[in-house]
Design a protein around this ligand. Structure first.
Ligand SMILES: *Cc1c(COP(=O)(O)O)cnc(C)c1O
Length: 398
């Protein structure tokens, strides 16, 4: 057998040749959305800290108090002695925000998915998922052993066709989608998906990693806006239109760390005693739980700060005559990897961090700049960035 270094050098060369090698930039966060990246000062347009809550004084104070009271690490898994008293408050708050009976907090969003899907699905079952779902769900599906079928992105007609053809062959069926897609920023047709799930006897799990704070605090408005809703308008109080499981992360809009799944009391009780990522991984550090609680309270009590990221994203798309932003995430698709890297490098020289997103994070041929907007941006920076991207588009038409 060749030695390990020889093997990985080959693998690295291949990644390099395909422009898919990644590097870890050194980042020093400064004030607001300013960061120092490998020594240069830039404005960060690639952070998921949509409301800037990672820096909010209430969040920092809560973390500091928990740190001083309980120490740095949790010391054991939740089922042993790591289930700090703070968990209960966090889970109650999450269930309230999501309008569900209960919630289970995990070590991260990735771990929430990896723990939940295999705990519920297995051989003889089928999982039907949007083509663009996040890697954490794909990995969880593989681990579960269930059969896997993908439907075209946000295409409920294709989903219907698949269910029509295959639902009968399986015992249980789970539909997976994202409320707001992480790399495209568009929204799933939740109402149509829920109608199909009812018709074909399937469960639905929604990954809301990029929706928290953008919609459920105004979920009725969001669902009402979803097009082609047939009969009675669904509301969070109409359980037919509520997905069985809503998962997400505490590391993006919440500005802290951790993941969660919200659902019925019974489903959550079951996950807490069966999800392997709960059982075999250490509980979150108390300061992280305290920060998440403080951040969620701010989201709940100060809804006015929640509209700014979408407002900036829409200003940006209007200026560039792109399709109107549906969330705080705006993709500028440039197709090939080399161009995405070059545009990202040019923007860096102008003082903006805008990451080039390449396969396997997105399908081949759809490399892009992924721009995210935060309440901590300044309008002038948003306009300046739009100007720079506009020049790149003109100089190098895509
Ligand atoms: C970031 C992300 C996750 C993972 O959440 P972490 O807490 O970062 O592990 C899951 N799903 C989607 C869509 C994401 O964007």
């Amino acid at each position: 057998m060749p030695n390990l270094d020889a093997i990985v050098q080959e693998k690295l060369k291949l990644l390099e040749a395909n422009n898919r090698r990644r590097t870890l930039p050194q980042v020093r966060p400064l004030q607001r959305m300013c960061v120092e990246v490998t020594g240069e000062r830039c404005i960060n347009f690639s952070s998921n800290d949509y409301f800037g809550l990672s820096q909010h004084t209430d969040v920092i104070t809560a973390a500091r108090e928990a740190l001083e009271t309980y120490g740095a690490g949790a010391g054991a898994s939740r089922l042993i002695t790591g289930n700090n008293v703070l968990y209960e408050e966090l889970e109650t708050l999450l269930a309230e925000i999501k309008n569900t009976e209960a919630a289970c907090v995990f070590g991260s969003g990735y771990l929430a998915s990896m723990g939940t899907i295999p705990a519920l699905m297995g051989a003889g079952d089928v999982i039907v998922a949007d083509k663009l779902i996040h890697a954490c769900m794909i990995d969880a599906v593989r681990l579960s052993g269930a059969d896997f079928i993908r439907f075209a992105h946000n295409n409920s007609e294709h989903l219907k066709l698949i269910l029509e053809q295959h639902r009968g062959e399986y015992q249980r069926c789970l539909i997976l989608t994202e409320t707001i897609f992480s790399m495209d920023g568009d929204r799933a047709p939740l109402a149509q998906i829920m109608e199909l799930a009812k018709e074909y006897d399937a469960w639905v799990m929604m990954d809301d990693a990029h929706g928290l704070g953008m919609q459920e605090l105004g979920m009725e408005r969001w669902i009402t806006e979803t097009k082609n809703v047939s009969s009675a308008l669904p509301t969070p109080h109409n359980s037919d239109y509520m997905p069985e499981l809503q998962m997400g992360t505490l590391s993006k809009a919440t500005g802290a760390y951790g993941g969660y799944v919200c659902g019925s009391y019974d489903a959550i009780q079951y996950l807490k005693t069966s999800a392997r990522t709960v059982m075999f991984s250490t509980a979150l550090p108390p300061a992280v739980i305290a920060s998440a609680i403080a951040a969620l309270k701010i989201m709940k009590n100060e809804p006015e700060r929640l509209s700014l990221p979408l407002h900036y994203a829409q200003q940006f798309t209007r200026k560039l005559e792109l399709p109107l932003a549906q969330s705080a995430i705006v993709p500028v698709i440039v197709h090939d990897e080399v161009r995405a890297l070059a545009w990202s490098a040019t923007l860096r020289e102008k003082g903006f961090v805008v990451s080039a997103i390449r396969p396997p994070s997105v399908p081949p041929g759809t490399s892009r700049l992924r721009i995210t907007f935060s309440a901590l941006h300044e309008e002038a920076d948003v306009m300046q960035l739009a100007e720079e991207v506009c020049m790149l588009m003109k100089a190098d038409s895509v």
